[in-house]
Design a protein around this ligand. Sequence first.
Ligand SMILES: Nc1ncnc2c1ncn2[C@@H]1O[C@H](COP(=O)(O)OP(=O)(O)OP(=O)(O)O)[C@@H](O)[C@H]1O
Ligand SMILES: [Mg+2]
Length: 864
Amino acid sequence: NTKIPTIHKDAYRTFRDNQENAMIRIYQGESPIAQDNTLLGEFVLNGIPPAPAGKECVDVTMEIDAMGVLNVKAMVKSTRGQQSLKVGEKRTGRMSQGTKQKLLLENQLVQIRNPFLLPTSKLDDQKFEFIFMLDVSGSMGGQPIELAKRTLLLFLHSLPENCYFNVITFRGNFTSFFPASVRYTQQNLEYAKIKVQELYGSGGTTLLAPLRYVYSQPQIEGYLTQIFTITDGHVSNRDEVLALVASQVKHSRSFSLGIGNGVDRNLVIGIAENAGGMYEFVTYNEMFETKILNQLKTALRPALLKPIRVQLQLQEGMNLIFEKYKQQNDMNLETEPAIGIDLGTTYSCVAIYAKGKVHIIPNGIGKNTTPSYVAFTKDGKENIGEPAKNRAYENPEDTIFDAKRIIGRRFNDINLQNDMKLWPFTVVDDFGVPKILAGGKKLHPEEISAKLLRELKKDAERYLQRDVKKAVITVPAYFTDGQRQATKDAGLMAGLEVLTVQTEPTAAAIAYKLQHSEGKDRNVLIFDLGGGTFDVAVLKMSKGKIEVLAVDGDTHLGGEDFDKNMMEYCAQEFKKKHKVDLFEGKDSANKQTKDEARRRLKRLQGECERKKIELATSIAAVVTVDRMHGRTDLSVSVTREMFNKLNENLFKKTIEVVDKALVAAKLQKSKIDDIVLVGGSTRIPKVQEMLGAHFGGKALDHYINPDEAVAYGAAMTAAYMNGTIAKNSMDFNKVQDVTPMSIGVEVYGGGFSVIIPKSTKVPVKLMERYKTAHNNQTSVQITIYQGEDKIAVHNQHLGDFYLNGIPPRAAELENIDVEMVINSQGILHVSAVSSSTGHKSVSIIENKFRMGSGAIQRFLDEVN
Ligand SMILES: Nc1ncnc2c1ncn2[C@@H]1O[C@H](COP(=O)(O)OP(=O)(O)OP(=O)(O)O)[C@@H](O)[C@H]1O
Ligand SMILES: [Mg+2]
């Protein structure tokens, strides 16, 4: 948020003795760890005169001119020798990776006074005491002690301002640099650096006595103590050391760093695990800086202590609000139209409730569903839907589909990586966010979805002969919070006010309920297998109410996967016969080869989908593509049996998901009254057969149209929320949804503490009470995950934020209440409150992988 043009200068020092040059790496972003940000460029500053570490100064100046161009200049102060880089130029581009690593390792700069690590804007009020315990026994002689010294220097240089610190070295006995921890001043730092240089290794190793000494020191009031132990070997009395560390957990957190191969791994791991910290192992010739900075990063972000159970269920209260909101809508009968949109992976459908019934709105060519395709033509036009799909093979690299398989995911998502191998268009990594190259631009998947939604909106406007602004858009039940948010953003960009994002099986259930209302209570299973996603929902339908008991699913399983298996089979057969690999060349650097290969694959995919559909009604089909490769035609016969075999594992998976949903709903199979099929892929005979057999030969419900049910239900919801339908005119007035996955926070030790369990009814507001883990902990990092694994990081990361301003007190004396609210749209808000001060920190999960409001606005400006 600095105004431009601007010019800023900062002073740095050399990190090593006789350092001749410095690697200047320029990053952009907000992470305290340089590498977590975006690398803008780098260059080497040569010609630093040989001098002891820290003696030579380098000024780094950054200037952004009025045009926004960044110019970085580094100058050796004593010689005034300088070097600069206009960002965008890649100065060290030709250097080998090895040379670069070496340069980085040896030629760092250390910032003067102003520590570069502390995320000052966030953890402004946490105060720390750092104690470093350094092994200087005989085994440390030579290489290890040199590495240990460098490590310690890096640690010392990275400490935050206003901390206290001390260094204690241990061998048979121990010594302390300062009699007690001292303030982190330039003078004390210089003194410590001199002391570090003097260290050498000799003698035995006892850690117990120095640790006892450290723990016996009075804690500095208001400061959180963090102890770092650096060792390369074994210590006597290991078990006692570990027991001692564990007993002191409230007084301090303990981190450990093991050097080399001879180290006692159990000691290093034990020290950290017994006291809430983390451990790392480093070897002599690796880039150890990241590991050390990671330890410090963790040390600077104290965690929450495991929860004690005080759960407040305020759901009823939320429901009342929800009801009231709906009533208000009912009163407003002068309504604008509100449509329901099923935004599918492969086909989309739009509907509206008007004049007492739901109308499925046909598209420009009279069809009820529209292919989810957007094509950018060579002459700068955009084709959407049917024309885009039909002509995909002409222009495959600029014909985009499957945006729903990309939206809300990260670039390194394993499913995305697999999909990319077959897509004829290119997806690139834009700092972790996947973007699509199309029409000469880099587009967010949200932008593709927005173009589709805009087209559906236009179809509705033509049908209704008036403007349409409001809509309900559906998403798979098993979409994560990020995927829902991104879909909502797409709606916004299509110029729509998104009344709610509704889950697809719930919408289908509404359609079912409205078409079959005998008034009896029924347990219904919705089986929705579409083009790209699979959802299962178990619902209870009773008079006036639809209640979702559980949902489960797979956001990456559907008709396209069956097409893909068929394509691979055909390619295999083709290769056997003609010795040509149809996939070859799809990633070629030669544009012509690449385009040809992709065009070929797209033609094959289209044909495979057609024959797959044919196999639903006949027992054999022949996949034929003229001039598949050069002059060679493809002709592969596929029987229904063969098709079933190719997809056997995927079909089985759908049944497993059904069972999981039943378990979550606490219902036995026999308790299901109706099984409702939704989604085009439920027309596959084998899928129906397996599902029926699984329920003991039960008949499946075919009454609702599998392609239109979702849009139908969404239209009803839209009418209901919009007030087009008066509340009492419907034969139900309440739809109760549930969360697809558990949501919680990471706690001390890396565990996952669930706050909103899987299958909780929404809207919901739940709170969990935590405690501070350590004495004098004044801030805490709240990290939010979604999933079912006990280890927090194994789940999907939704976002994080900090709570500052906790009064410094003894460990566990402060309560921290973390509250999570999921509104009726399934969108999550999290807040944390320190109980004694009422200090509050709120986060609507806005992670950096979402499109920013600026980007959304730019899109809107462009289309309008
Ligand atoms: N008779 C059929 N046999 C097999 N598959 C079919 C048949 N008819 C349609 N399909 C497949 O169904 C899929 C489209 O279904 P649908 O329109 O329900 O999905 P979607 O809404 O695009 O996707 P999703 O709901 O997963 O986002 C396509 O993969 C299509 O090939
Ligand atoms: Mg669908």
